[in-house]
Design a protein around this ligand. Sequence first.
Ligand code: ADP
Length: 266
Amino acid sequence: MSTPGSEVNTGLAAGADAGAPPIIALRAVTKVYGEGQAAFKALKGIDLDIAAGDFVAVMGPSGSGKSTVMNILGCLDTPTAGAYLFQGAHVEQLTRDQRARLRRRWLGFVFQGFNLLARTSAQENVELPLLYRGLARAERAAAAKRSLALVGLAGWEHHTPAELSGGQQQRVAIARAIVSEPQVLLADEPTGNLDSQRSREIMELLVRLNEERGITVLMVTHEPDMAAYAKRIVRCVDGRIASDQRNTERTPLRTTDDADTAREEA
Ligand code: ADP
């Protein structure tokens, strides 16, 4: 995978909007787990620029460092060396509290396993991130309702996760991730627990949020069909970026009619 050329290594080649400062930049980021004899270098020097409004799929074999990169980008972990710039600010120099604030203010998270509270309604699940904001109850409720409507779940506010399909549960999780209007959505295998029809619907929702609301999306996936929705595909191999390319064969969004037909066929 290490042929020299513009697609290799820096991420700068594929960064959109030449000239616009990236919303996210990693510079020579390394991550070492453990110490001494047991030390393991999970990231061996990552350089990556992500422009606001990009939609990036991160692929690569198991153990290649995808989760480690996502944890660093999500402010859940810090690099051993190197710099992480978020809107120009050095995240690696922030205190734990400052990182937590950055995370709550600017980042949204979607996980493979939905991670919803089980005996809690969709509405209350989506309101949770707003509890930190000190919003009045009515404002929280209105924002959660709007967010659920955005993901196509108007009318489902009072259902608990057990009363919803997997695809609907992931929609609730996405509504929760975007209720605080983050700039960046980090999604770790968001379709990993869904069948192909439901997976397509989730990907189309992510594409719409990216295009219509300008949310920058970073998604880890094993599935080439899901990566095909991204504008850019970054491949990790053995703790490095092995390739970084614009996706020139992007899967188009289906029309409502197409989606209806697919649903009937499913
Ligand atoms: P991926 O997400 O691509 O499967 P990870 O980022 O989870 O890869 O892991 C990269 C490497 O780092 C793997 O070899 C993994 O075993 C190792 N690793 C990840 N987390 C830890 C940890 N907390 N302690 C020790 N090694 C870890």
